[in-house]
Design a protein around this ligand. Structure first.
Ligand code: UDP
Length: 424
């Protein structure tokens, strides 16, 4: 397993954004936890929401006095093929797992468990998502409490694959989900806790960037910054529906011939479908010179994503399934008019007509884009409300508070309220 170097962040830098009450609460929660040890395990340090969160959460935990560390498990393509099938099945895909795939999954989990020689030296071990979920089965520990952090939409799972995972989930003292609807019924969980993820307002991805600077960056990618731009930032994945975004753009372009579209997507190394879907999306663009596709391989990193979001006339996350959709909060935080699919965690971030628009089809997405372009006044009010909504609910210090509260709970001390759903 590889330890991830997360650098340094200071909680005090966030005080002016989060207000005194939350800063005080975090300080009070952290004080008695100083020196406690928390290990996080996940599948990748690059691409997608989990990595995005960890790069801020871990340094903030360390700044709060927790001895926190993040490691990435080892795997090969055959393993990631299986875990992608599991990921898709848990979000509702009908394809199940063969016996061979189950054996590959267990084999890599055992391999990583064997590499976890210091497991008993931690107070809490947090396992993210399904890839490493079976690790506790293969290690003998007495000290750590085990926590599973689920980042995906489990509301309509393929039951055969859920049955495969359920006995593994029962090994955890607590499982955390973004929304109550994601708690798998009948899985016999010991405890389910609900809290949404969060974005880092001070990371290069989200820090304040002047419109001129954003335009200067986006211009370098060949986009005409004097013309309007629709944008979707997301992995190339059918659940993110980039083809639906292209359909919406085509419809908008009939009324606004100057419109351009950028699809920006990072290639996560645990996402073997990414390239296949990238190619499919590229074919679908049909060589339209006003559609741009970029990835981290074209040097589109965090600052560039920030610049594209600031520059966009409309930010879109037209998912048809979505664990949370951090990109929505990222766009709202930048006061950009935002349209999201009416699914999963997007619904917690966008109140339709109040802080953005929720849509069910490319046609509706196009219509809402036209509404936004036609009425800058109401759009401005909407984006102001949206930014405040994100500030209150979806910034990283709130997530740190939730983790600290859970650490207290794991140690048998109740402090502040957490949303806990009894296991069944
Ligand atoms: N992201 C990025 N570059 C890209 C595409 C995505 O940095 O080209 C980031 C995006 O800004 C967000 C995360 O990856 O922070 C995606 O998280 P989200 O919850 O939206 O979706 P997930 O990929 O976890 O399903």
């Amino acid at each position: 397993m590889q330890r991830v170097n997360v650098g340094h962040k200071a909680l005090a830098d966030y005080n002016s954004l989060i207000g005194r009450a939350l800063a005080e609460e975090i300080r009070a929660l952290a004080e008695p936890l100083k020196g406690r040890r928390m290990l996080h395990l996940s599948a990748t340090a690059f691409g997608g929401g989990v990595a995005e969160i960890q790069y801020t959460l871990i340094p903030l935990m360390i700044d709060a006095g927790i001895d926190a560390e993040w490691r990435v498990i080892q795997g090969q393509e055959e393993f990631y093929d299986v875990t992608k099938t599991i990921h898709n099945a848990l979000q509702g895909d009908e394809r199940g797992l063969s016996d061979g795939q189950r054996a590959i999954f267990d084999g890599y989990n055992k391999l990583n468990a064997d590499a976890l020689a210091d497991a008993d030296e931690w107070d809490v071990i947090v396992v993210h998502d399904p890839q490493p979920v079976a690790i506790p089965e293969f290690v003998q520990t007495t000290r750590p409490r085990w926590v599973w952090r689920c980042h995906i939409d489990l509301s309509t799972p393929n039951l055969e694959v859920l049955d495969f995972l359920a006995p593994r989930l029962r090994a955890y003292d607590a499982c955390i989900f973004h929304m109550p609807a994601y708690v798998p019924r009948g899985a016999g969980l010991n405890e389910a806790v609900i809290w949404p993820p969060a974005i880092d307002p001070l990371a290069p991805k989200n820090m304040a960037l002047a419109p001129d600077d954003a335009a200067y960056i986006v211009d370098q990618f060949g986009v005409d910054v004097s013309r309007p731009l629709m944008l979707q930032v997301s992995r190339f994945d059918p659940w993110k529906d980039p083809l639906g975004v292209i359909d919406a753009y085509r419809e908008v372009k009939r009324a606004h011939p100057a419109m351009q579209l950028a699809l920006v997507g990072s290639m996560a190394h645990d996402d073997p479908e990414g390239w296949e879907y990238w190619n499919r999306t590229q074919d679908y663009c049909n060589e339209d010179p006003d559609i741009f596709m970029f990835s981290n391989l074209n040097n589109v990193g965090a600052v560039e994503v920030n610049a594209f979001q600031v520059q966009a006339a409309v930010c879109i996350q037209k998912s048809i399934r979505e664990g949370f959709g951090l990109t929505v909060s990222e766009a709202l935080w930048k006061s950009r008019p935002t349209i999201g699919g009416r699914v999963g965690g997007i619904v917690a971030q966008i109140t339709d007509g109040q802080t953005g628009y929720l849509v069910d089809s490319p046609e509706e997405c196009a219509r809402r884009t036209l509404d936004i372009l036609a009425d800058p006044g109401s759009t401005r009010d909407m984006t102001r409300r949206a930014k405040e909504h994100v500030r209150r609910r979806f910034l990283m210090p709130r997530l740190l508070r939730d983790w600290l509260a859970l650490m207290h709970r794991m140690a048998g001390e109740e402090t502040v309220a957490l949303e806990v759903v009894a296991g069944d």
